[in-house]
Design a protein around this ligand. Structure first.
Ligand code: NZQ
Ligand code: ZN
Length: 389
């Protein structure tokens, strides 16, 4: 087991009515914030009213940035930075799913930077000062409410980049599962796939020594499998929404990656698809994950797939190892299909594959991914994209 540091400083208020803790916590850091939200869902479901009432009750002043689009886009970040400076705000509150929270995080990171925000996002410059970040989560998926990362897309460059800093960890996150009752089926399903993938990325590692991390990962994977379909059939089932919400936070706050030598693969490939075709992140993951699994399954990776098959999918241990692995991949694909996810990029609305060559280079750069579960060359990534089409 590798050495590690574990320090997640986000204070999470989890459960019904936790919004009441928002104002006094913001007040510990600042009196005036930028309130960032998306394209209308929080106004339709009452979350906006809860947030505004709480801010007013606590005498927190706010300026609003609304209309943040899925796959957090650079123009929304730029506009948020402008509003922060113009109004001299001292903190940023994101109310929404991963796109809104990521946008809020990057605004907070870029507000004090004099240069172009893309310098920071693309790691040409380093974050030195980040405004305190607060979140009210409305969709269980990204884990952004409890991690130090954000993902931003510049459609003009066809780049979707992961950026981050420990200073980007939210100070406070309000996680009220009832706020996710209104998430439509497609995003409930895509969110569950995203959580599942965040757990799979570090789980599929050749390193077998981090037993605790791997067993936690399996419990979280089983929780996704158990509760995703329940949340779809009963959108207001509190237990299902609550377990998905907590799984979302734990999946990507590095808990399951501790003590392991890891390298993510599927996420970077999916990000290139979103960067060119603006598809929903979880939809892309549902298509690419089983293809990647089939692609990297060989005699070397087999033991991990067997562990996955036995511990997550309860496959008969008397079967041959390769049969266990193949059955586990089939069950993964069936799980995503049962949630209503498309099985191919074409089914997800992508009609041509002219950019696959450029995308394969963008995923990990010209050297490919050298240090993951199975190293991937540019040609491998292109193959995976072709097989996903
Ligand atoms: O625009 P609004 O009105 O907010 O509507 C959203 C959006 O249309 C809607 N929605 C959210 N909460 C709702 C709701 N509709 C009804 N009721 C509610 N309670 O759902 C749609 C999708 O929202 P979005 O925020 O885009 O989804 P998600 O949470 O899946 O976030 C996706 C983004 O997160 C990034 C992804 O790449 C993508 O850009 N990720 C961020 C990560 C991180 N920060 O660590 C890691 C992830 O791997 C992921 O890459
Ligand atoms: Zn993800």
């Amino acid at each position: 087991m590798e050495d590690f540091t574990y320090a997640i400083s986000t204070r999470v208020y989890f459960g019904k009515g936790q919004i009441r803790n928002l104002g006094r916590n913001i007040k510990q850091y600042c009196d005036k914030i930028l309130l960032v939200y998306g394209c209308g869902s929080i106004k339709a479901n009452g979350v906006y009213d809860d947030v505004v009432n709480e801010l007013n009750r606590s005498k927190v002043e706010f300026v609003e940035l609304s209309g943040v689009k899925p796959n957090a886009k650079l123009p929304d970040v730029t506009e948020g930075v402008r509003l922060c400076r113009e109004n001299n705000v001292a903190g940023v509150l994101g109310v929404g799913g991963g796109s809104v929270i990521d946008c809020a995080k990057v605004i907070a990171g870029c507000a004090a930077y004099e240069g172009d925000a893309w310098d920071l996002i693309s790691a040409k410059a380093r974050y030195t000062k980040i405004l305190p970040i607060f979140t009210v989560l409305t969709l269980a998926a990204s884990g952004s409410e409890m991690d130090a990362l954000a993902v931003v897309t510049d459609m003009t460059r066809n780049d979707k980049l992961i950026t981050g800093s420990n200073m980007m960890l939210p100070k406070v996150s309000i996680c009220d599962p009832t706020y996710t009752f209104t998430v439509p089926p497609q995003h409930t399903a895509a969110g569950a796939v995203d959580i599942f993938s965040h757990i799979c990325e570090p789980y599929f590692s050749a390193d077998e020594s981090a037993y605790v991390s791997d067993r936690i990962a399996e419990a979280l994977l089983k929780s996704c499998i158990h509760y995703a379909s329940l949340a779809l059939s009963e959108p207001e089932n509190y237990e299902a929404r609550a377990n998905l919400m907590w799984a979302s936070s734990l999946a990507v706050n590095t808990l399951t990656a501790k003590g392991k030598n890891i390298g993510w693969s599927v996420h970077e490939i999916e990000h290139t698809v979103s960067a060119y075709y603006d598809i929903t992140h979880g939809v892309g993951l549902a298509i690419i994950t089983p293809v990647w699994m089939e692609y990297v399954l060989n005699e070397t990776t087999l033991p991990r797939f067997v562990t996955y098959g036995l511990n997550v999918w309860n496959i008969d241990p008397k079967l041959e190892a390769m049969e266990i692995a193949r059955t586990a991949i089939m069950k993964t694909r069936e799980f995503f299909a049962a949630l209503g996810m498309p099985g191919t990029l074409r089914e997800a609305g992508i009609q041509e594959k002219t950019h696959f060559g450029e995308m394969a280079i963008k995923a990990f750069g010209p050297e490919g991914r050298t240090y993951s579960f199975m190293p991937l060359t540019v040609a491998d990534v292109k193959n995976i994209l072709e097989k996903s089409f």
